[in-house]
Design a protein around this ligand. Structure first.
Ligand SMILES: *Cc1c(COP(=O)(O)O)cnc(C)c1O
Length: 290
């Protein structure tokens, strides 16, 4: 292996803020963004057991799907480099040059990028589409978009085991919902998980998370929920209000929140806390996945 240096367990850091003390709530950040600069947080957790499985099946190529702003694409490329797999990234839509930093980084780690029109991309889980990819590229280990599958949930569940304080609620942002599904599965009876959708119209996530849990554990749990109203216009969309929030959070707490996911979650979480949605005395852990 090419000397992959992962910071695990990821640090847990308390946030001090007047809003929190006024509401009698404690807030900790689970800094998964510090695990590795490119194998970002939950993407590493989701890939870990999949890489073992790919190895066990003697596969030499990983193939996966993603949009142009996909941390997953980047993480698969990086893992391919470190764990000696060839990697193919099927990218939604057309090529835009120069490549943005996500795709440039993927290419840098040796990933072959293949662009797929949006209509076909929507049918990407369809066996015909997969078969045509196999006839074009040969055999591969298939990772779903965003890396969320049963093995990914197992990796995400380990995040909870690393937390060595007592807490009531754990929050994360949701793209595919895999992280939320995995985290929720590892909680004790009194604890609950709260996801924040970064997608507009994210109500499909309820079914998605439930299905992922069923595929991994045979049943789904009722200890989680998802906030749908903090998407700021949709996936990879930003507004001035969000940008101002990122700056002020960085100035107050020294953490620059990722604008695609974590800033939206943190804005939503602080908004809910400010509105008294959390009981006094409660402790919240917010997962900063990247
Ligand atoms: C992928 C990603 C998420 C969303 O994870 P899902 O399991 O797809 O819901 C959240 N935050 C960051 C930084 C990510 O890269």
């Amino acid at each position: 292996m090419k000397g992959l240096d992962l910071r695990l367990p990821s640090p847990l850091i308390e946030v001090h803020d007047e809003l929190l003390s006024a509401r009698g709530v404690r807030l900790y950040l689970k800094r998964d963004d510090l695990i590795h600069p490119e194998l970002i947080g939950n993407k590493w957790r989701k890939l870990k057991y999949n890489l073992e499985e790919a190895r066990a099946e003697s596969q030499s190529t990983l193939l996966t799907f993603g949009g142009a702003y996909s941390n997953h694409i980047r993480a698969v490329a990086t893992s391919g480099y470190y764990f000696d797999f060839d990697t193919i990234g099927i990218i939604r839509g057309e090529e835009h040059l120069p490549l943005n930093e996500f795709l440039a980084s993927a290419v840098n780690y040796g990933m072959q990028l293949v662009y797929m029109d949006r209509v076909t991309y929507r049918r990407k889980t369809n066996p015909e589409v997969i078969d045509s990819l196999r006839s074009r590229f040969g055999d591969f280990y298939l990772l779903p978009e965003g890396g969320s599958n049963a093995l990914a949930l197992r990796g995400c569940a380990e995040l909870v085991e690393e937390i060595d304080i007592e807490f009531d609620t754990i929050c994360c942002s949701c793209g595919t919902g895999g992280t939320l599904a995995g985290i929720a599965s590892a909680l004790c009876e009194e604890q609950r998980a709260l996801g924040f959708s970064t997608l507009k119209g994210g109500s499909f996530l309820f079914e998605e998370v439930s299905n992922l849990q069923k595929s991994a554990y045979g049943h789904s749990a009722a200890n989680w929920s998802i906030e749908l109203d903090y998407h700021f216009g949709g996936f990879a969309k930003r507004t001035r209000e969000l940008d101002e929030f990122i700056s002020s959070f960085a100035a107050r707490h020294g953490v620059t929140l990722d604008w695609i996911y974590e800033a939206k979650m943190m804005f939503g979480l602080l908004d809910l806390i400010g509105r008294g949605e959390f009981e006094r005395g409660s402790t919240i852990v917010a997962v900063i996945a990247g």
